[in-house]
Design a protein around this ligand. Structure first.
Ligand code: ADP
Length: 513
């Protein structure tokens, strides 16, 4: 047995490497720059920890979240690996002691935040340390193309010039689009890096899209087994609402968002990690680097803004390799809200990203295939038999006629109103606002009486995501025509909608029990 295998066995208790790990470790130890791209839970940490143990000197690990450094270092110490971390939460004496240990090579790994690299004192001490490797965790944070851009990551490339040893860089990320990959290599100035991209397929995860009539009821159905679950919501307010709802229903549940105090966040996070409360409701502030292996389910209560963050969050389920599920709830309201958010924001790539995730929600194709295609991987299958589409829970329906009715109504309402009022007029509702504006005199008043509100809203959302309608307005989302609208109005285009048929039926059945 060679020595890295021995180290794997001795410290981690594992008998074999996962695909890619050995190649990365050997490349690092030969002094090459490395780029490791693996999905969340793929086993990135060990790729730099083993070289750190094997090689003389100190490995500097740049990690974005202070709260997790302590966990990582505690984990290493408990395995018998000498490691330390530097954060501003430590006293000056403690910080000086860690720096002394690093200089004397009494530790093998030193975890620091990217912000620490903007500290002149720290930089000046680097030359006294025998640094053998700089490992950059969550390396996509350096790229503005990614979804987690962190300005402080820009301080990383120049760090190696401060080291007397000119160590290699090992960059790790779970973000895999070609563009971000190239950007990481360029920004970090990697020199002919050894690159390994693991498959992003997570066969043990069942992906499903549901379009519940009542999200709260669906949530209760899913959580019946009381297994460890993460529920992601789009806003702090929704987090608190869903948390309060589940608490009232008697669930052991915590919550997490950036508006809590650091103490509260730590408490809720630890209660979840140690299974005191098996469920956590959170914004996307929760989870980067969370290593809880027995999460059985990740639920997105609201539609996320892009595919990459979705997959990274969903990937927190089933890290132990046992069956787990990733369920995405979406509603027409989410599509409208997200479109408006992006309209008001100034991120140039956001619209395209949003459309990708919307297509994912609406597709009738294999969900796993769509995900892998997105990550530039060629799947070896047409159907995975382990997602809600392959399991036959959807059907396609032609909604062109309904679109024509909706468009004529919006046109007659002078393109100045949102989804709610347009739907009310189409349904022929009788209320003061409608009467005051004279909408009850329009020829489109009540022409969709037979359809459910939800059905109309779904079609409107679909038209928005297919750019047959545009969401404008400063404060309230207003539906307006696009250059494509007229084609649909005159049936020169056709629009098909995926209906999440079986999921809804099961839902009703369960609700009735
Ligand atoms: P990542 O940082 O890529 O999200 P981690 O490094 O936290 O993933 O690894 C995820 C889990 O997989 C951890 O519990 C880790 O101990 C385990 N793991 C990593 N490599 C192996 C291996 N070769 N054999 C078995 N388990 C492994």
């Amino acid at each position: 047995m060679n020595t890295i295998n021995q180290t794997l066995k001795q410290y981690y208790g594992y008998t074999s490497f996962r695909p890619g790990q050995q190649g990365i470790i050997e490349a690092i130890m030969s002094g090459r720059d490395v780029m490791g791209i693996m999905p969340t839970g793929g086993g990135k940490s060990l790729c730099y920890q083993i070289p750190a143990v094997e090689m003389d000197g100190l490995t500097l690990v740049i990690s974005p979240l202070i709260s997790l450094m302590k966990d990582q270092v505690d984990g290493l110490l408990s395995m018998g690996i000498r490691a330390g971390f530097l954060t501003s939460q430590l006293s000056l004496d403690q910080q000086n002691e860690i720096i002394r240990q690093a200089i004397r090579s009494e530790i093998d790994l030193l975890y620091v935040s990217p912000e620490r690299l903007e500290n002149d004192y720290f930089l000046s001490r680097l030359s006294q340390m025998n640094i053998n490797l700089i490992a950059v965790d969550e390396a996509h944070c350096i790229s503005q193309w990614g979804h987690d851009f962190r300005p402080s990551y820009q301080a990383i490339p120049k760090v190696r010039a401060y080291c007397s040893t000119y160590p290699p860089f090992a960059a790790f990320t779970a973000t895999a689009t070609q563009k971000v990959r190239e950007d990481i290599a360029e920004k970090l100035e990697l020199d002919d890096p050894y690159a390994f991209t693991a498959s992003f397929d997570r066969p043990n995860l069942t992906f499903s899209i549901v379009h519940p009539k009542k999200k709260q009821q669906k949530l209760l159905d899913l959580l019946k087994d009381k297994e460890s679950s993460v529920i992601y919501c789009n806003t702090r307010k929704n987090v608190e609402r869903v948390h309060a709802f589940l608490k009232k229903k008697g669930y052991g549940v915590g919550y997490y968002h950036a508006g809590l105090t650091p103490e509260e966040r730590t408490r809720y996070q630890e209660d979840f990690l140690y299974d005191k409360t098996p469920i956590i409701v959170a914004t996307n502030a929760f989870g980067m680097g969370i290593d809880k292996s027995n999460v059985r389910r990740v639920i997105h209560y609201n539609m996320p803004l892009d595919m990459e963050s979705y997959y990274q969050e969903a990937g927190r389920a089933g890290r132990d390799g046992a069956p787990a599920e990733a369920v995405l709830f979406y509603s027409s309201q989410d599509i409208i809200t997200n479109n408006l958010l992006i309209e008001q924001g100034n991120h140039p790539h956001a619209k395209k990203n949003l459309n990708t995730i919307i297509s994912y929600c609406k597709t009738g194709q294999c969900l796993r295939k769509i995900i892998l295609d997105y990550f530039d991987e060629t799947p070896q299958f047409e159907t995975c038999d382990n997602c809600s589409n392959c399991n036959g829970e959807t059907e396609l329906v032609d909604v062109t006629k309904a679109c024509q009715k909706i468009l004529s109504c919006i046109y007659r309402m002078n393109q100045q109103y949102g989804m709610g009022l347009v739907t009310d007029v189409l349904r022929g509702k009788d209320n003061a606002r409608i009467r005051a504006q004279g909408f009850d005199d329009l020829s489109t008043y009540g022409i969709m009486k037979e359809s459910a509100d939800q059905e109309i809203k779904d079609i409107i959302a679909l038209m928005v995501s297919e750019q047959f309608l545009h969401v404008g307005g400063d404060q309230y989302p207003i539906l307006k025509f696009t250059e494509k609208s007229v084609d649909l109005l005159h049936a020169r285009s056709q629009l098909l909608m995926t209906r999440h048929q079986k999921a809804e039926r099961t839902n009703t059945k369960q609700a009735a029990v």
